[in-house]
Design a protein around this ligand. Structure first.
Ligand SMILES: Cc1cc2nc3c(=O)[nH]c(=O)nc-3n(C[C@H](O)[C@H](O)[C@H](O)COP(=O)(O)OP(=O)(O)OC[C@H]3O[C@@H](n4cnc5c(N)ncnc54)[C@H](O)[C@@H]3O)c2cc1C
Length: 400
């Protein structure tokens, strides 16, 4: 599938917008006490993106979504600044939530919950993970302890959630819970809800290593949350399947945005290395520095290829579960190395907040954990390798 001229033009427009309009706001002091951009700043930037014709650039005016390969060229450019995805409405968790609602939501649910998000009115949150101390869902979602039970024409949800990005200040939530008595899919259900709701209490919002996401990451108690039955997203018992529908493209979108951020960090580090002198020559002429930048160039290309390969698979209509696992591990680990090299090349300046290099380093560290830690993806790949070996071993002699 080729990339349309529309998508290529849109990517150029997004890059121009991010470089000319968004980057000057990186020093904007409107941050909350966790260091995340305030909703006031985000609303102003979204307004500018709307004027520039780059708001929600991955969804066309008729509501159709760009292909994943096209989404990649656009989202990488929106990621050139940590503020870019917020301004362009391509940020997490909204982008993944919009994708899921478009795939699974009824026309009524889309009109009520999806359309306002696409037009940039407000934010959303995805409520799946549960606190470790409660032995709830983490790397293993089947451990989910939050329950939902039918009550007349409502469902009643009780439980706890943690690391819920953007919960504080969100207007839409997607809640996951398990229903007793439904065998299919472990009884997992998904619901769309209006936020805030008094039945959901914020226990805490910890300070975290990252700070690009408004609302940060909240821990919540859900106490008798009553949800009208027609706000169930899709079918009862299909929740884990829908989570997979969301997670594969969502983790690839993270790869896209954070690749954009690392491309920019690498531009900054390269500029530093080509100007700054030590021991009689500019830093890049010292092999130790030049090799780090050479490695970065190779790793950036590796990430681009991995994203494009995985996007091509998703564009065939496949869930791409294995491919998105492989892409997520490969890209997040490569980006960590790129970001670390950028910090190192820049010496002391690299660890200050005078450039975005330091922030990109912190953000990528968290990315190695969310949407599946590296080890969990590798563990699941290893299980697949063993399955494949077993199948092959039944029909063929060993390779030795
Ligand atoms: C910044 C951030 C934002 C997030 N946003 C959201 C959100 O919006 N909504 C949401 O629902 N969740 C969110 N999460 C939660 C995230 O998806 C979980 O942190 C992740 O799934 C891991 O779960 P856990 O933290 O409970 O780690 P645990 O399950 O406790 O695992 C801890 C570590 O154990 C190792 N491990 C686990 N299983 C295996 C295995 N099988 N083999 C080898 N090693 C293993 C891994 O190294 C892993 O990092 C966010 C997390 C972060 C950090």
């Amino acid at each position: 599938m080729t990339i349309s001229q529309y998508a290529l033009d849109m990517a150029d427009k997004v890059e121009a917008f991010v470089r000319e309009v968004v980057i000057p706001h990186e020093a904007d002091p409107r941050r909350d006490h966790h260091g995340a951009p305030t909703d006031e700043l985000v609303a102003e930037l979204k307004g500018k993106a709307r004027e520039a014709g780059v708001l929600t650039p991955h969804i066309r005016e008729d509501g159709s979504h760009l292909t994943q390969r096209e989404t990649a060229v656009v989202l990488i450019r929106s990621g050139l600044s940590p503020l870019g995805p917020l301004a362009c409405n391509t940020n997490a968790p909204d982008e993944g939530n919009m994708y899921l609602m478009a795939k699974v939501g009824s026309p009524e649910l889309k009109a009520r919950f999806l359309d306002p998000l696409v037009s940039g009115q407000g934010r959303s949150a995805f409520l799946m993970t549960e606190p470790a101390g409660w032995q709830g869902a983490g790397s293993d979602p089947s451990m989910m302890k939050t329950t939902c039970a039918p009550d007349g024409n409502h469902w009643v949800v009780n439980g706890r959630k943690t690391f819920i990005t953007g919960y504080e200040g969100a207007r839409v939530g997607i809640v996951m819970a398990k229903a007793e008595g439904i065998e299919q899919g472990g009884g997992a259900c998904m619901f769309l809800i209006d936020l805030p709701d008094p039945a959901i209490r914020i226990e805490e919002i910890p300070n975290t290593i990252d700070n690009s996401m408004p609302g940060s990451h909240a821990t919540l108690t859900i106490d008798n949350l009553r949800i009208p039955a027609d706000q169930m997203l899709g079918e009862a018992g299909e929740g884990f399947k829908y989570a997979q529908v969301r997670l594969s493209p969502a983790r690839l979108s993270h790869c896209m945005r954070w690749l954009g951020a690392c491309i920019r960090a690498n531009e900054i580090a390269t500029d530093y290395a080509c100007r700054r002198e030590a021991f009689g020559k500019v830093l890049i002429e010292h092999e130790g520095v030049g090799f780090m930048l050479a490695d970065n160039k190779i790793l950036i290309k590796q990430c681009e290829l991995m994203i494009d390969w995985c996007a091509s698979v998703l564009d065939t209509g496949s869930l791409g579960t294995v491919e998105s696992s492989m892409a997520k591990v490969s890209v997040s680990e490569a980006l960590m190395k790129i970001a670390d090299n950028c910090v190192q090349v820049m010496g002391g300046l690299g660890v200050t907040d005078k450039t975005i290099v330091e922030q990109v380093f912190r953000e990528i560290r968290a990315f190695r954990i969310y949407d599946g830690p590296t080890e969990v993806h590798k563990w699941s790949l290893a299980k697949k390798i063993k399955r494949e070996w077993k199948e092959a071993a039944q029909t063929a002699k060993g390779p030795w």
